[in-house]
Design a protein around this ligand. Structure first.
Ligand code: BG6
Ligand code: MG
Length: 212
């Protein structure tokens, strides 16, 4: 029986992936590197620093450590500015109902995100109080596809990975969940359906009954 649901944040709970894309496109273009939606797929679930490394690889560029740090900061400043108006209407379909249903059944809720802005976003959209544990990009040594973020979440909840479902929209996240021994459900990204245990277009299609 499943005792916890652990959610990725960007692209599973909330529609922030487009904001990340616009911010990274601006960064890439400032380096003279072309960056479109298909390139952004490679960055989903990937930490901020690893994302910039991938963009530099894409453009075969090398830059100084100072320039690297400055770009990370300006990308994040632009991104954070762009999400100031985020609210519950930006939650993805089925999220809020599932969170409430799970809570009413005593199932624990967690966030396992690569983002260092996770707590800020959860507070902004006023759903932070629903989660028993939030593990984010500040709390791990090894980012996704390493399973650390999800393993730390399960550990904090006192559960084993096989008792937890992980919901993910990114290849790096499904790889992390599977490597950690979690039930891995892909949501909203058909490209990763084959890697996961199950796939849903959105969380309205998921039924807790099937796992409880
Ligand atoms: C992941 C997103 O959740 O967090 C990525 O899928 C993002 O697109 C990464 O780059 C890091 O986020 P942040 O907010 O720490 O820059
Ligand atoms: Mg995601």
């Amino acid at each position: 029986m499943v005792k916890a649901l652990i959610f990725d944040l960007d692209g599973v709970i909330v529609t922030t992936e487009h904001n990340h894309f616009i911010a990274w496109q601006r960064t890439a273009n400032s380096l003279g590197i072309e960056f479109e939606e298909e390139h952004n797929e490679l960055l989903k679930g990937v930490s901020r620093a690893d994302s910039l490394k991938k963009i530099l690889e894409l453009g075969s560029k090398t830059i100084s450590n100072e320039a690297f740090e400055a770009l990370l900061k300006s990308k994040n400043d632009f991104y954070v500015d762009s999400i100031q108006e985020l609210n519950q209407s930006d939650l993805l379909p089925g999220v809020l109902d599932l969170l409430h249903e799970a809570k009413s059944k005593g199932i624990k809720l967690g966030i396992g995100s690569s983002s260092k802005n996770a707590n800020f976003i959860l507070k902004l959209i006023k759903i932070d109080h629903l989660f028993d544990v939030v593990i984010d990009g500040n709390g791990v040594e090894h980012p996704k596809p390493h399973p650390e973020v999800f393993l730390n979440g399960a550990k904090s909840l006192g559960l084993s990975p096989s008792e937890c479902i992980v919901f993910e929209d990114a290849a790096s996240g499904i790889t992390a969940a599977k490597a950690g021994g979690f039930i891995a459900i892909a949501v909203g990204n058909p490209n990763i359906a084959e890697m996961a245990d199950t796939y849903f277009n959105d969380l309205t299609e998921f039924s807790l009954e099937a796992y409880a």
